[in-house]
Design a protein around this ligand. Structure first.
Ligand code: BGP
Length: 478
C-alpha cells in the first residue's frame, strides 16, 4: 500500500490567540498571551504588567481571522482539509475565568466558525486551552497554583462540551502541557500554567505542585466530557522533542534517558493515570510534596485520555560531560548537557530538521502508551519572499515531503496507529516563541509584518497546491 488509511485525518493546525485577533472584541477578556510583547531573533518575548502600553502586542490583532473567518475557511476548503485543529479562546467564553455565566457572544462566534467549517466538510478538532489562560486567573489566583482554578477550567470545559457536543467530536485538554518542565524559560510556565515564579522560590517545586492541579483539571475535564457525550474522543497534547545520546557511551545513553523524561512526565500521568516512579523520586530529592487531597488519585486514574496528540518539530542531542553555556542555543534544546547534532541541518531559527526523528517519535510514543496518536503540529518556520506575486517555498515543501514520508513509514511499515496529521500554522500566524510574523509556517501567506503593518491580504504559496495533491491522493503522491 502506498497511501494512508481512508479515514486518515489530513488537516491544518492553528491556535486561537495566534490567528484570531479581535482580542477585546465580542466581550473577550485578556488572556496571558495578551500581555506578551513581540520578541525578535534571539530577543525573548516579555510579560508586561498591563495589557496596553507603548509596546506592540502581536497577538491582539494577529491575522484577524475574527473578521475574515468565512474567507479563510473557504481557503481551507479549497486546500482540501478534512479537519481543522484549533482552540477555543477561554476568555471569549469566560472573560475573567471565574464567572459563573458564560459570554454568549463568544459562544456564538465558535458556533459560526464550526458551522462554516462543517458546511465545507471540515471537522473541527479542538484544544480547550492553547496557552490561553485568562489573565485575571493568572494575576488573582496565581494560575494553577490555586486549586480553585481546577473548577474554573472544568466549568469552561463543561460549557463548551455541552454547547458544541453535536459539532465537535475530537478534543484535547491543554496544548503542549509538558513545555513547562523547562522552568528556566519563564514564557512556558506563564503560558502553560499562568504562573510567574517569585524570587526565592524553587521553580521546579512550584511547577510540580501546580502541575498536580493542572493534571486534575485535565482528568476531570475528560470525565465531564464523557458524561456529556460518550462518543467524544478526548486526548492529551504534548510537545515531543526526542533527545538522542551523543554516542554509544553508556553514560550518554543514560543522559538521554533522563532528558527524555522531561517530555514524558505529563503524558505518563495523563495516559497511565498515576505519577511515574522517577518523578516521585525527584520530588523526594527536592523535598517537595504534592497538594494531593482525598480522591485525587481516583480522579487521575479515571480521567485518562483516549489518544495522545503531539507536536513534532525537531530532535536534540545530549552528551553526558557537556555543559551548555549558550542560553539561546535552541538546536540543543537548551538542555544543560545539550550539543548540536553534526548529522542534521537546522532552520533559520536553529530547529534541527530531522524527518527520521518523526518516525522514531511515532514508534517511541506508540510503544510506550499503546494508544492512537495524532500529529497535531509539524512544520517549518522560515522567511518567505514574494517574487512576481508568487511564493516559491521549496524548502517548506521538502520539509513536509520528508516528514510525511516518515509518517507513512511509521504507519505502513511499523504499524503505528495514527489518527491524522495537521501541519502547524496552515495559514501564517504570529510565532509563539518569538512573537514574530516573519517566522512563517503557512501554505497561505498573510501580508503582515513584525511591526503589525500590512494589508492582511491572503496569497497561496507553492506548498498550497502541493499539499492539496497530497490530501487528494491520501499521501500516495508526495
Ligand atoms: C508550538 C506551539 C504553537 C506554535 C509552534 C511553533 O510550541 O504549540 O503554538 O507556535 O510551536 O512555534 P513558533 O511559533 O515559536 O515557531
Amino acid at each position: 500500500m502506498t497511501h494512508l488509511p481512508e479515514d486518515f485525518m489530513w488537516g491544518g493546525a492553528l491556535a486561537a490567540h495566534q490567528f484570531e485577533g479581535g482580542w477585546n472584541q465580542g466581550g473577550k477578556g485578556p488572556s496571558v498571551v495578551d500581555v506578551l510583547t513581540a520578541g525578535a531573533h534571539g530577543v525573548p518575548r516579555r510579560i508586561t504588567d498591563k495589557v496596553e502600553t507603548d509596546e506592540f502586542y502581536p497577538n491582539h490583532e494577529s491575522i484577524d481571522f475574527y473578521s475574515n473567518y468565512k474567507e479563510d475557511v473557504a481557503l481551507f476548503a479549497e486546500l482540501g482539509l478534512k479537519v481543522l485543529r484549533t482552540s477555543i479562546g477561554w476568555t471569549r467564553i469566560f472573560p475573567k475565568g471565574d464567572e459563573t455565566v458564560p459570554n454568549e457572544e463568544g459562544l456564538q462566534f465558535y458556533d459560526n466558525v464550526f458551522d462554516e467549517l462543517l458546511k465545507h466538510g471540515i471537522k473541527p478538532v479542538i484544544t480547550l486551552s492553547h496557552f490561553e489562560i485568562p489573565l485575571h486567573i493568572a494575576r488573582e489566583y496565581g494560575g494553577f497554583r490555586s486549586r480553585k482554578v481546577v473548577d474554573f477550567f472544568v466549568r469552561f470545559a463543561e460549557v463548551v462540551f455541552e454547547r458544541y457536543k453535536n459539532k465537535v467530536e475530537y478534543w484535547m485538554t491543554f496544548n503542549e502541557i509538558n513545555n513547562q518542565m523547562d522552568v528556566n524559560n519563564p514564557l512556558f510556565l506563564w503560558t502553560n500554567a499562568g504562573i510567574q515564579v517569585e524570587e526565592g522560590e524553587d521553580a521546579r517545586a512550584v511547577m510540580y505542585q501546580s502541575a498536580h492541579h493542572q493534571l486534575l483539571a485535565s482528568a476531570r475535564a475528560v470525565q465531564a466530557g464523557k458524561k456529556i457525550n460518550p462518543d467524544f474522543k478526548i486526548g492529551a497534547m504534548v510537545s515531543h522533542v526526542p533527545v538522542y545520546p551523543f554516542s554509544c557511551h553508556p553514560k550518554d545513553i543514560m543522559a538521554a534517558e533522563i532528558a527524555n523524561r522531561e517530555r514524558f512526565f505529563f503524558p505518563d500521568v495523563q495516559v497511565r493515570g498515576k505519577y511515574p516512579a522517577y518523578a516521585l523520586k525527584e520530588l523526594e530529592r527536592l523535598g517537595v510534596s504534592l497538594p494531593i487531597e482525598e480522591g485525587d488519585e481516583d480522579v487521575l486514574a479515571n480521567g485518562t485520555v483516549d489518544y495522545l496528540a503531539f507536536s513534532y518539530y525537531m530532535s536534540t542531542v545530549v552528551k553526558h560531560d557537556a555543559v551548555n553555556t549558550g542560553s539561546d542555543s535552541i538546536i540543543n534544546g537548551g538542555l544543560d548537557n545539550g550539543v548540536d547534532n553534526p548529522y542534521l541541518n537546522a532552520s533559520d531559527w536553529g530547529w534541527a530538521i530531522d524527518p527520521d526523528g518523526l518516525r522514531y517519535t511515532l514508534n517511541t510514543l506508540y510503544n510506550r502508551y499503546q494508544l492512537p496518536l495524532f500529529i497535531v503540529e509539524n512544520g517549518f518556520g522560515a522567511v518567505d519572499e514574494i517574487v512576481d506575486e508568487k511564493i516559491h517555498d521549496a524548502s517548506r515543501i521538502e520539509y513536509f515531503r520528508s516528514h510525511i514520508a516518515a509518517v507513512k513509514a511509521a504507519v505502513l511499515e511499523d504499524g503505528v496507529d495514527l489518527m491524522g496529521y495537521t501541519p502547524w500554522g496552515i495559514i501564517d500566524v504570529v510565532s509563539f516563541t518569538t512573537g514574530e510574523m516573519k517566522k512563517r509556517y503557512g501554505m497561505i501567506y498573510v501580508d503582515r509584518d513584525n511591526e503589525g503593518n500590512g494589508s492582511m491580504k491572503r496569497m497561496k504559496k507553492d506548498s498550497f497546491a502541493w499539499y492539496k495533491n497530497v490530501i487528494e491522493t491520501n499521501g500516495a503522491k508526495l
